[in-house]
Design a protein around this ligand. Sequence first.
Ligand code: AHR
Length: 484
Amino acid sequence: MATILVDPRRQIDAIHPNIYGNFIEHLRRCIYGGIYEEGSPLSDERGFRRDVLAAIKSLKVPNIRWPGGNFVSAYHWMDGIGPKDERPRKMELAWNTVESNRFGTDEFIQFCREVGTEPYICVNMGNGTMDEAQHWVEYCNGVEDTYYANLRRKNGHDEPYDVKYWALGNEVSGHWKIGHKPAEEYAALAYEYAKVMKLVDKNIELAACGSFEQNASDMKWNQVVVEKLADIADYLAIHMYVGDWYGGYYEYMAASEHIEKFIRAARGIIDVGVYYSESGKKLKIAFDEWNVMYSHDPEHPRHERYTLQDALAVGMFLNAFLRHADAIKLANMAQLVNVIAPIHTNTEGLFLQTIFWPLQLHTLENGTIALDAHWDSDCFETEQHGKVPYLDASASYQPDLGRISINLINRHRTDALPVVIENQHGNLKSDGTLFEITGEDPIVMNGFGEENVKLVKRELECPSNPFTVTLPPHSISMVQIYLG
Ligand code: AHR
């Protein structure tokens, strides 16, 4: 049994559409053989896979981060511009492969324009230089008669790309990453990078590289970075992956507690960071890598096949982003195609993984304002977090439609969960909508020609206020109700 109370007056903040962003990295078949497959009958004349473009468009992705990830820490963007056949083939050390450089900045921007998304570029703070970062901003955004802006024009692109979002390196705290630096060194250097990048274009927004591990040294890293970059950066970038790593359904289903703890820690550090900012500015959170991931071995292809329970974990991330909508203003699922991804291709087609559906549901059907919903539910016991409610939830509001969207995850493995829904401000219209994602078992997957998990939409009767909706076991639902 569970209860959830919503009130359209009890608002957290506007939900930034950028929280539904995604990420493409030069990693295995994400780009080459994923979104970009030259010579394939499924591709257009530019090499973009038409079927993949259509699937991405159906997700309405607001921004896409590129080119890495670990890849960026040894990426030199100048290798990826100009005539394709003249671009250098290079040893790629982050993922131990060869980079053809046939997909570079111009192709990335073209791809973003095609799918209607904002580009978000991460600069190389591994073995790259400050000059490279500065010139990259000029290449993309320069409007004057200057060398790198002219290079873009020479490559056939007169209009500036207006890339607004930039990240200052990726996971530099990892000692095994290319160009790792201690926190103080990174922060001092990132400050200088930020300075020149903003001198080239004062309108850009910058994400400082924060924690990707949930441990004491990464929290310390965040503190150093936030203190140093409080005035010049706009976001603290954090990363987190979860998975069924502890061998138990309910331990995995407590992932929401890990996510919540991690976000709260980042918020706390950012709150303290305000005291280091001369202007009192507060950094926003860019949760610019998040997902379910199993293959930690760098040799493993990372082409995950996701289960229904993984979709529940994705739903938990998205619920957390809404509950912290006042702090999280950018987020990127990692990654979009093939590699830890909602879209999976082969040379003949694609299928949509289980995790595609909660992402699409949240992106398309939430309102613009996050609501501070209150809920209560029976609990399950876990070793890591003690009692955890079966219900995980969030809510949003769309004022022009008078619509409240309530996101509900029933984590009970075997039992349905009746949820009493109460709107605490005004009456409800008698009709609503119910979206549901579930399947026979928490470990069912999708595959080519095999759609075991998908999004189902139904009319909903809301006969009274409060009223009860019964959620199937191991399911994600969204209840949409209308003020009347
Ligand atoms: O998304 C896969 C990898 O995970 C990224 O390259 C890296 O930033 C993270 O550790």
